[in-house]
Design a protein around this ligand. Structure first.
Ligand code: DC
Length: 220
């Protein structure tokens, strides 16, 4: 069993790197942000306020989430419906970030994530993987990149998906979301004490992958 935690702010390149690591090692890549996005989507679809903990908590008994893995990619099934890219819309980022600061939501998604990491070799990315979900991970990376690099990457990602946006809008949204994620009371998006802070602003995915493999060997 091997378990790798990759945390960090939005647009730091977590999912790209985590996917590459998973492919290289032949293990599962778990995108935990998708779980918060799914709860956010459900709150949105029901016309509720994602900042209202009481309203959000009341919806949770109606949420059933299933994760499926095919050819290295993760699909999220909400109450039997494959959500596809619906959870990737910029609006859903803010909904996800808002609901993720509600303790009942984190509790609701906790066991599912812990179970995945208990039963499988995984690379998991998120905000609290090294601090809460896999405190005894083989390797903990806290991935960072400059604001400019992160906003550029996120803008390209969205444009490729056909979402109309601008660099400036992405930068504002990203900064707001990071502030919210970092400063919340529960499981804030901060590095674990034993995490390696990894700045990949000037690195290609291939270079980052080589470095991760080196760190992993060093830890073994
Ligand atoms: O990784 P992402 O951008 O898809 O995550 C969406 C939001 O979900 C993010 O703003 C904070 C929250 N999140 C979290 O609180 N804990 C995680 N492990 C993953 C995501």
């Amino acid at each position: 069993m091997i378990r790798i935690a990759i945390d960090g702010p939005s647009g730091s390149g977590k999912s790209t790197l985590a996917k590459a690591v998973a492919r290289e090692l032949g293990i599962i890549y778990v995108d935990t942000g998708a779980l918060y996005r799914t709860v956010g989507y459900f709150v949105y679809a029901n016309g509720k306020d994602p900042h209202n903990a009481y309203e959000v908590e009341a919806l949770l008994p109606n949420v059933q989430i299933e994760l499926k893995y095919e050819n290295g990619s993760q699909r999220v099934i909400l109450n039997g419906e494959d959500l596809g890219d619906k959870i990737r819309m910029p609006e859903m980022s803010m909904y996800a970030s808002a609901v993720s600061s509600i303790p009942a939501v984190r509790q609701f998604l906790l066991e599912m994530q812990k179970k995945m990491a208990r039963e499988n070799s995984v690379v998991m990315d998120g905000r609290d993987i090294g601090t809460v979900i896999i405190p005894d991970a083989d390797l903990k990376i806290f991935l960072v990149a400059s604001n400019e690099t992160r906003a550029k990457r996120r803008t390209l990602e969205l444009l490729e998906k056909g979402v109309e946006t601008t660099y400036e809008d992405v930068l504002v949204d990203m900064t707001e979301r990071d502030k919210q994620d970092k400063n919340r009371d529960i499981a804030p998006a901060v590095p674990a004490d034993d995490a390696i802070i990894f700045d990949n602003s000037e690195m290609s995915v291939e270079e980052s992958l080589v470095e991760i493999k080196r760190l992993l060997n060093e830890r073994k």
